[in-house]
Design a protein around this ligand. Structure first.
Ligand code: SAM
Length: 261
């Protein structure tokens, strides 16, 4: 090979290397721009599906660990928690914590309850399709959504007006849920009687208007006790003759039920 051939071969190889380098440097551009446009145009995937499934698995385990069955959670309720997007019921700043099994702040000094407690209260209330259910303490609207997912007609009362307004917006997807701003101590006379009443704030004693508005055969779940210490979650059952029986379920800690006489 002459010196000129060797030089021509060298130049040819340099041209090939340059072309390969250019291809490597330039080729990611279309890939990146495709990825960016896919993010903008694809329907928003539920990035919380994994954490939500993990939370439900944790609750299932917790429920299995209950030896006497008093705090066992209905699998149908777990199935509801697996589909209700709790992250849509918390402030944006709390979204990444939405599937931790604990209460979270929702503003105005109030909280969305711990998922385990929501699951347990729903199990105890035993909502059925078509039933008329009252919730006292709408808060974020999450418990009302869980009750509505069971097919019940839900009437829910919140004493803090901005929370009632926010929850009304969030619960628009459920035509059978009605939110009212007011004092739930007195129940919702025009919509009574109720198959079940779920009170999500701690009362010092069971409000008599709520007992009156419970149907014979109805159930009320309510935390009762001092607002400074732990309270006891009670299941109040009214039998067909109107007689009321109360069972203590478990110690809990709720924000206080304000209002009342
Ligand atoms: N169920 C709610 C949820 O899913 O987010 C959590 C409720 S938070 C623990 C208790 C709520 O009860 C608060 O939003 C509070 O403002 C409300 N509340 C307190 N006293 C009330 C009353 N007398 N009538 C109606 N709501 C009341």
């Amino acid at each position: 090979m002459s010196g000129a051939d060797a030089r021509a071969g060298f130049l040819h190889r340099r041209a090939i290397v340059k072309a390969i380098v250019a291809a490597i440097v330039l080729s990611p551009l279309p890939v990146l721009s495709f990825a960016a446009s896919a993010r903008q145009t694809a329907p928003r995937a539920d990035r919380y599906a994994g954490p939500r499934a993990a939370l439900v698995a944790e609750l299932r385990e917790q429920s299995r660990g209950d030896s006497d069955g008093a705090t066992r959670i209905d699998p149908a309720v777990l199935a509801i928690l697996a589909r209700v997007p709790r992250h849509e019921y918390v402030p944006a700043s709390e979204r990444d914590s939405a599937y931790e099994n604990r209460p979270l702040g929702i503003g105005y000094g109030q909280t969305i309850s711990q998922p385990y407690i929501v699951a347990l209260m729903t199990t105890l209330a035993a909502p059925r399709a078509g039933q008329n259910i009252l919730e006292v303490g709408t808060g974020s609207g999450y418990q009302a959504a869980v009750l509505a997912e069971a097919g019940a007609k839900v009437r829910t009362i919140e004493i803090v007006d901005p929370l009632a307004k926010q929850a009304t917006q969030r619960l628009r997807r459920y035509p059978d849920v009605e939110v009212r701003n007011g004092d739930g101590y007195y129940g919702w006379k025009e919509q009574a009687p109720f198959d079940a009443i779920v009170v999500t704030a701690a009362a010092s004693s069971i409000p008599p208007p709520l007992v009156q508005q419970l149907k014979p055969g109805g159930r009320m779940v309510i935390p009762v006790g001092s607002s400074f210490f732990t309270q006891t979650l009670l299941l109040v059952e009214k039998d067909a003759t109107g007689r009321v029986r109360t069972r203590q379920v478990l110690p809990v800690r709720f924000v206080p039920l304000t209002g009342g006489p």
